[in-house]
Design a protein around this ligand. Structure first.
Ligand SMILES: [Mn+2]
Length: 398
């Protein structure tokens, strides 16, 4: 049994204001090619898409079209199982769940948690694939309580209850391999800067052991691929997003996971790299270095964030950076040798030496120590202003 696990497509997302539709189209094209023409020739029996298909509940029309196009290509050659994430509207994403019957299986309804998609491969290996849509604890603690007292208000309680239902169904299917899709934050895994918090009552995590007794947990939510701990005999994985959605992911190798299940034994997982349509880089230096040094040539076509360290913020900074780095998205100014000087506090300003006052003012504005020449200029201006003030007062008296 060969499965392809992916998640967190976030169609419709932007990166610092830049529309990512083309980049998303490119990575989905790559995923379609992998399924249509697998690298080792082993056919993919199902694609598992573990939530956050869209970036928001009401996605842009171009994203809806891209998803429909991708779904139609994939479902022509394999079964596609889709669950909703915390960014999706489960009802909007689930449109058609009751209409699509064969190779498109939208599992966005809590009531279908223990109704698996049943697969059988060419060797007769059988698998039951269960989908857990993202569970909002406030809703799910009542919905999964079976008419009794609400469950505790936590992700652990509701995901645990969902898995209990799945294990109960699985008990009726001896010899069948089990796979669960879930959208959750498993303890021990690392977040990045592009996930939205799902904190409830100060806790956002579930233990990886919540999936005990299930052969493979295909997780979504975290955008870096990783393997958190699960129970013995149970393989738990995040595929991560197929595209980088924040600079915190600039060093992520983005992948989809090929998962192989035989009639017995643990799931075997093989990552397949999804080449990124555009690199991502973080640069730091003085503006003249950034614009001229050969060291930065590799970043000219990348999405970049730049920290400029000139003592004085250069004019037209973004325009000048974009002349070399047209895909610059973020610019910060951190002057070299910056100091962190507190405000002057309660000192009575008029009693202070003008040179000291000037040095403080220049340091405050430029975040660097003032030079002697700068203080000279300040002092000359200060004295000129005092003389002008005295002259004005003298004229009033006259
Ligand atoms: Mn996500």
């Amino acid at each position: 049994m060969r499965l392809l696990h992916t998640s967190d497509w976030h169609l419709g997302r932007t990166l610092h204001g830049v529309n990512l539709h083309e980049a998303q189209s490119a990575v989905l094209e790559r995923i379609c090619e992998l399924v249509e023409d697998p690298p080792d020739g082993i056919p993919v029996d199902a694609v598992l898409l573990a939530g956050d298909v869209y970036d928001r509940g009401v996605p842009p029309v171009e994203s809806v079209q891209l998803f429909e196009w991708t779904l139609s290509r994939l479902s022509a050659v394999t079964t596609v199982v889709v669950t909703s994430g915390n960014h999706d509207s489960s009802i909007r994403l689930g449109y058609g769940a009751g209409l699509f019957r064969e190779t498109i299986r939208m599992v966005t309804d809590l009531g279908q948690i223990d109704l698996p998609v049943q697969l059988e491969d060419s060797n007769g290996v059988q698998a039951a694939v269960y989908g857990i849509p993202y569970l909002d604890p406030d809703h799910a603690r009542v919905a999964l309580a079976g008419g009794g007292e609400p469950l505790p208000r936590s992700h652990q309680a509701v995901v645990g209850a969902a898995c209990d239902r799945i294990r109960a169904d699985l008990a009726e299917r001896p010899g069948v391999r089990s796979v669960v899709l879930a959208h959750a934050f498993v303890a021990g895994a690392e977040p990045s800067d592009s996930e939205r918090s799902i904190m409830v009552g100060g806790v956002d995590r579930v233990a990886g052991t919540v999936f005990h007794g299930l052969d493979y947990a295909a997780l979504g939510h975290l955008h870096g691929t990783q393997a958190p701990d699960g129970a013995a005999g149970s393989v738990v994985r995040y595929s991560g997003s197929p595209l980088r959605y924040s600079f915190s992911e600039q060093d992520h190798r983005k992948v989809v996971l090929l998962v192989d299940l035989d009639a017995t034994g643990p799931a075997r997982v093989t990552p397949v790299e999804i080449v990124q349509p555009r690199a991502m880089a973080t640069l730091r230096g003085r503006l003249d270095e950034l614009l001229e040094s050969a060291d930065f040539a590799g970043a000219e076509d990348a999405w970049v964030r730049v920290t400029v360290t000139d003592r004085i913020r250069p004019d037209s900074l973004m325009d000048r950076l974009k002349s070399r780095f047209p895909y610059a998205l973020q610019v910060f100014h951190e002057p070299e040798g910056a100091i962190d000087r507190g405000r002057a506090g309660t000192t009575v300003v008029s009693e202070r030496d003008p040179r000291e006052l000037g040095a403080d003012f220049i340091a405050y504005v430029t975040k660097t120590e003032a030079s002697g020449g700068e203080v000279d200029v300040f002092e000359a201006g200060f004295e000129a202003a005092v003389r002008a003030q005295h002259r004005a007062e003298a004229q009033e008296v006259a």
